[in-house]
Structures are given as structure tokens and as C-alpha cells.
Design a protein around this ligand. Structure first.
Ligand code: ADP
Ligand code: AMP
Length: 225
């Protein structure tokens, strides 16, 4: 299945995508993770993106579109993928549609994870990530089994993202409401949209996500399940 997860920063897109992709064998493509990888590797793209990311603003469309379209073309995406954090603007959504249409593999569905701003702030301020494998935790709701040690890869030392500081979170939310939220309507018109309340425990969100995917698979004839 080729799926987009929409939702504000902190909605739980990465949390759901990680579990879903592990279960189904789909590729999980987080544009934020890929960009952070570029920054860490010191590439030209990373250098261009860093100032925007630090300020909580969106990285320019042309950079992100090229990066994601070439990532989607890689063989691990042939069996299905989940896009987490991309597209984030109308220009990106249209470019994605065109690229997928060219390869004859259009999107099967878009799930919007919906959460109020105050809950987003609570989630983001408690988020911790494994700098080695990208696994996502929360200081209250999703703690690792051993304090400060990643369950998935055993790395010691979970970190807080620089852009998860409160001053930057407000800016990221503004960018979401202004530039990304209009995509809900864009995908509704395309007949691809499913909406899920993400203000529930992680397992409950997952159950509703599964139901939404079931409806989408029905709609596309179960072809790419
Ligand atoms: P996104 O990828 O949308 O930015 P994440 O998946 O990184 O969001 O989740 C943000 C934070 O909220 C993480 O610390 C995660 O553990 C926590 N979280 C995710 N889903 C839920 C949920 N349903 N209830 C409570 N906390 C959650
Ligand atoms: P995320 O990990 O999804 O919260 O993204 C972190 C940051 O990376 C964002 O605040 C943006 O600066 C940048 N970013 C990630 N995805 C995109 C995108 N699709 N378009 C523009 N900027 C992005």
C-alpha cells in the first residue's frame, strides 16, 4: 500500500508508521529523519536545510521534492511505503502526484491524524528519540524498558531534538496550520482521505488506523495489500 500520514508535528505519525511498516513490511519514509540524516552527514542539501529546520520553518519545496521523489524510486518502496511528514505543501502534493502517476503507482490512501495544539505541545516537549536508529519515546507515555536505553537497538542515551524546544514548536505549528492543513481538503477532493482522532492511546490510534486502511484497501480493490 502507498500511504501518506498527515498531521501536525507530534501527532504520532512516526510512532504509527514505525509499527505499521514493521508489521506490513512497507518502507517508512520520514522526510524529517531523512533531512536530519543529511544535516548529520554534512551534505550540501543538509547545509541548505539546516537553518530552516532550526527555525521551525519548512525547507524549500524543490529541495524536499527532489529528495523524496528519488527516495520513493528506490527498490525497498516497491512493496509499499508510508510517507511521514511529506508532502507538507500544495506544491509538494502536486509534485508527488505527478511523480507517482509517471511510475503508474498512485497513492492508495491518506490518513490525517488529528490532535489539538495543546496536546501536540505536551507530546513534543516529552519526546525523546534514539540518535542511532530513530526510535521514538516519550518521557511519560512511552518510556523505554530500561531507563535511557533504546529498546530497539540498545543504544544508551536518548536525546531531545533541537527543534522540539518550546520556542520552535510554536513556529512549527503555525507552518502546519498555514501550509499543510489545507492538504486535508486536497486529498478529500481526490477521494483518498481518512480521518482518525489521534488523541487516544497509541494502541487505540493503531486500531483505528487499521480500520481506515481496511476501508482504503476495499476502495482500491485490495490490489496492493
Ligand atoms: P510525529 O511523527 O507526528 O511528529 P511522533 O510519532 O514523534 O509524532 O510522536 C510525538 C510524541 O508523542 C512522541 O514522544 C510519542 O512517543 C508520543 N505519542 C505518539 N502517539 C501518542 C499517543 N497516541 N498518545 C500519547 N503520546 C503519543
Ligand atoms: P519532522 O521530523 O517531520 O517534524 O520535520 C522536522 C523539520 O524538517 C520540519 O520542521 C521542517 O523544517 C523539515 N521538513 C520535514 N519534512 C518537510 C517537508 N515535507 N517540507 C518542508 N520541510 C520539511
Amino acid at each position: 500500500m502507498r500511504l501518506v500520514l498527515l498531521g501536525p508535528p507530534g501527532a504520532g505519525k512516526g510512532t504509527q508508521a514505525q509499527v505499521l511498516c514493521k508489521d506490513k513490511g512497507w518502507a517508512h519514509l520520514s522526510s524529517g529523519d531523512i533531512l536530519r540524516g543529511e544535516v548529520k552527514a554534512g551534505t550540501e542539501l543538509g547545509a541548505k536545510a539546516k537553518a530552516f529546520m532550526d527555525a521551525g520553518q519548512l525547507v524549500p519545496d524543490d529541495l524536499v521534492v527532489n529528495m523524496m521523489v528519488s527516495r520513493i524510486a528506490r527498490p525497498d518502496c516497491a512493496g509499499g511505503f508510508v510517507l511521514d511528514g511529506f508532502p507538507r505543501t500544495a506544491v509538494q502534493a502536486e509534485a508527488l502526484d505527478k511523480a507517482l502517476a509517471r511510475s503508474g503507482r498512485p497513492l492508495d490512501g491518506v490518513v490525517s491524524l488529528e490532535v489539538r495544539d495543546d496536546e501536540v505541545v505536551r507530546r513534543i516537549s516529552g519526546r525523546r528519540t534514539c540518535p542511532q536508529c530513530g526510535a521514538i519515546y516519550h518521557v511519560q507515555t512511552l518510556r523505554p524498558k530500561v531507563d535511557d536505553v533504546c529498546d530497539r537497538c540498545g543504544h544508551r542515551g536518548l536525546t531531545q531534538r533541537a527543534d522540539d524546544r518550546e520556542e520552535v514548536v510554536g513556529q512549527r505549528l503555525v507552518a502546519y496550520r498555514r501550509q499543510t492543513e489545507p492538504l486535508i481538503e486536497y486529498y478529500r477532493r481526490a477521494g483518498l482521505l481518512e480521518q482518525v482522532s489521534a488523541e487516544q492511546p497509541i494502541d487505540q490510534v493503531r486500531a483505528e488506523l487499521d480500520e481506515a486502511l481496511g476501508r482504503r484497501q476495499g476502495a482500491v480493490g485490495g490490489a496492493s495489500a
